[in-house]
Ligand binder design. Structure first.
Ligand code: ADP
Length: 687
């Protein structure tokens, strides 16, 4: 990381490059945001640097003005001290005009004031009357004879005479023992009598001692205090000597009569460091805190950005999912108002989402004739009744008025805090399903019709065979009768015969009529309605047709119907068709030359009941060929047949019909031979 950091910021020292890298990682750079962030950081840095700089400047100015104040205080201290000196000198000179008292008093004063080096009493000619040297040190003029440096004193006394008040001399250098020396200054105080200066008191000040005495204690601790000349040459100096970069300087003039001293204070205030004082430290601390907060904010915003992006991705994913759904989705609130629909739903009902969201009952996609029923349904739903899990069927209306059958699966809509906020419904358009169902129903009906036609076709030949007999009988009876009627002689005798022949003709004609009617009945009855039918009636209806074929194939048909059987609930025509198919199959299976005793048993008995129904079982048992395993596998497959003229539809139709009635069609091989087909039908009134 440090490596990449120094590569990106080659100009920066490693620690800065490192920091910049961390910042770069933390900030939520994004297209367009980079410059904003850069501007923000730049501004914050500029403000911080300015603040630190201003704080430093403020501190410096504070220190400078503090020093200026100190200097002004020092100057006034010096002035006050000098003024006091003048006063005490005046008092001294006024009181001690005689040598005897002057001398000890002068010594006392010199002892009390260490900066006083020498006191002289001079007459108006400037001759020394008396003098006293400070007892605190060696005499000041020890190394330089007083007369050789009297000049300054003389000048100051001349000034004093002129001012008629105290006057100071310029300072001058006075060499001392061991090559040392000191700067001294004279104060001349005129002693006047009747306005005329009669004598002078000359006081020699040591400037160094003056500084030490008057300012050393107070200002010397933190400053270097000095009297200087205009060019900066120090005349006397006291206080701590600081060597450092941050030295503040202030100087001020001490204007004295006859002399002007320049007082200079050099103050040092701490090392020049990064945090010069509390204010700067505070500002810097706050700056660091600000930058930290900024970095944290940036991190947070970066996290938010990521979360936002993730959310947008999730939303896009959800949107794509919703758009690709073919199932319509519809959400409703607890008042039944639509709160959401997906594109599939809009497409289904042919309305825009905008026209649906916010709608309440009656919905624009409700068929007008169903509004009352749907309102009721909605009221039940809103009362908190959960709809069936497997959904319910309903009908919607498209904008163009077409009706669409739909399956609605509805579930409560639960918010994140577990409260139900409405209902979410998945709406499936089942019109296609309905169409397919309708198609298959129609094709099944067609199949049944053609199967029936096939049966009828087959029967037509039987019919002709069967009708031949009565017709031939009718014809011969008719011929016989005609012959009898042609012989008028024997008419009275033959009248009985003609009667009998006509009765026979009528019998045979009605037999032929019954045969034809039975076929007609079978073909004509197409209605699907279910009804309660006695098993007996079912057998009776098919027996004439069965017997037709049975006679042809020399089969004996036996019916066994249990007593007190319940009536069954069925589509009579279809069940007759089933029985007919099964009997026909059974008889055909027995149509083999080696088989002599051909018996077909038709049976109806009570079957085991279950919770909903009691059942009646019908069985058609033959003693025919039986069913081979390979045939058994495909027995119910449409168009499977082993017969040359067979269609292979009979059994598949039979099973469909029985299953539509809720029953079952099974078969089993019989021992020693033959097959039994059994099916069940529900007893009427037991549902
Ligand atoms: P089809 O009678 O037109 O052949 P079916 O679906 O009624 O069509 O019967 C299919 C086949 O099942 C028959 O071809 C026959 O081989 C067999 N089958 C049906 N019933 C019997 C039966 N009682 N005994 C033996 N085989 C049978």
């Amino acid at each position: 990381m440090a490596h990449t950091a120094s590569r990106n910021w080659p100009w920066a020292p490693p620690w800065l490059a490192h920091w910049l890298k961390a910042l770069d990682d933390a900030l939520p750079w994004g297209s367009g945001r980079r410059s904003l962030w850069a501007a923000l950081i730049g501004l914050v840095l500029a403000v911080l640097v300015t603040l630190v700089w201003l704080a430093g400047r403020y501190e410096i100015s504070q220190l400078q003005s503090e020093l200026e104040r100190d200097t002004a205080d020092a100057v006034s201290d010096v002035r006050a001290g000098l003024a006091r000196d003048v006063q005490s000198l005046q008092a001294f000179q006024a009181e001690h005009t005689r040598i005897k008292t002057w001398q000890p008093e002068a010594m006392r004063l010199l002892r009390d004031n260490p900066d006083w080096l020498r006191l002289e009493w001079r007459d108006h000619q400037m001759n020394v009357r008396h003098f006293a040297d400070s007892p605190l040190r060696s005499p000041v003029f020890e190394w330089t004879p007083r007369p050789s440096v009297i000049n300054e004193a003389v000048q100051s006394c001349q000034r004093a005479r002129r001012f008629n008040g105290p006057a100071y001399s310029n300072s001058y250098y006075l060499p001392q023992a061991e090559g040392l020396g000191m700067e001294v200054m004279e104060l001349c105080l005129p002693i006047t009598q009747v306005g005329e200066a009669t004598a002078y008191v000359v006081l020699t000040y040591g400037l160094q001692a003056l500084l030490v005495e008057r300012l050393g204690q107070t200002f010397g601790r933190r400053n270097e205090v000095a009297f200087t000349e205009a060019d900066g040459t120090r005349l006397a100096i006291t206080g701590s000597r600081w060597r450092g970069l941050r030295v503040f300087t202030a100087q001020q003039l001490i204007d004295l009569p006859g002399n002007t001293l320049l007082l200079r204070l050099d103050g040092r205030r701490g090392e020049p460091d990064l945090f010069p004082n509390v204010l700067t430290a505070l500002v810097t601390g706050m700056s660091i805190a600000l930058i930290t907060v900024m970095v944290l904010l940036a991190k947070d915003s970066r996290r938010r950005l990521k979360a936002e992006r993730d959310l947008a991705d999730a939303l896009a994913f959800r949107k794509a999912m919703e758009d690709s759904l073919v199932t319509g989705l519809r959400a409703r609130d607890l008042e039944g108002r639509i709160t959401y629909v997906n594109p599939a739903f809009c497409q289904m009902v042919g309305l825009e989402a905008g026209a649906l969201v916010g709608q309440n009952t009656p919905m624009p996609y409700w068929p007008p004739e169903m509004v009352d029923e749907y309102k009721q349904r909605q009221a039940i739903r809103l009362a908190g009744n959960v709809p069936p899990r497997e959904g319910f069927e309903s009908v919607f209306m498209r904008q163009d008025g077409t009706r669409i059958p739909v399956l609605i699966i509805e579930a409560p809509l639960i918010s994140t805090d577990g409260v139900q906020t409405g209902w979410m419904g998945a709406v499936i358009d089942i019109s296609e399903l309905r169409r397919v169902e309708e198609l298959s129903r129609a094709s099944q009906e067609r199949l049944q019709a053609s199967a029936r036609l096939a049966t009828v076709g087959e029967m037509a030949s039987l019919l002709s065979h069967e009708l031949n007999q009565p017709l031939a009988a009718i014809a011969s009876y008719a011929n016989g009768s005609l012959n009898l009627l042609n012989d008028p002689e024997s008419l009275p005798q033959s009248m009985d015969d003609v009667h009998m022949a006509l009765r026979r003709i009528a019998e045979q004609a009605s037999r032929a009529g019954r045969v034809i009617n039975s076929v007609h009945d079978f073909v004509r009855r197409r209605d699907q309605a279910r009804e309660a039918v006695a098993p007996h009636d079912l057998f009776d209806a098919i027996l004439p047709l069965v017997n037709l074929q049975a006679r042809k194939l020399r089969v004996r048909v036996v019916t066994r119907i249990d007593a007190r059987l319940p009536v069954v609930w069925c589509d009579r025509t279809m069940v007759e068709q089933v029985l007919l198919n099964l009997t026909r199959n059974g008889m055909q299976a027995m149509d083999r030359t080696e088989l002599q005793d051909r018996v077909l048993v038709l049976q109806a008995k009570r079957a085991a009941s279950n919770a909903q129904h009691s059942w009646v079982e019908f069985a058609v048992t033959d003693v025919g060929s039986g069913i081979a395993p390979e045939v058994a596998q495909q027995l119910f497959t449409p168009f499977f047949t082993t017969k040359a003229e067979g269609m292979g539809l009979g059994l598949s139709l039979c099973r469909t019909v029985i299953e539509q009635h809720g029953g079952q069609l099974v078969f089993e091989n019989q021992t020693p031979k033959g097959t039994a087909f059994r099916f069940t039908l529900p007893a009427a009134g037991t549902a």
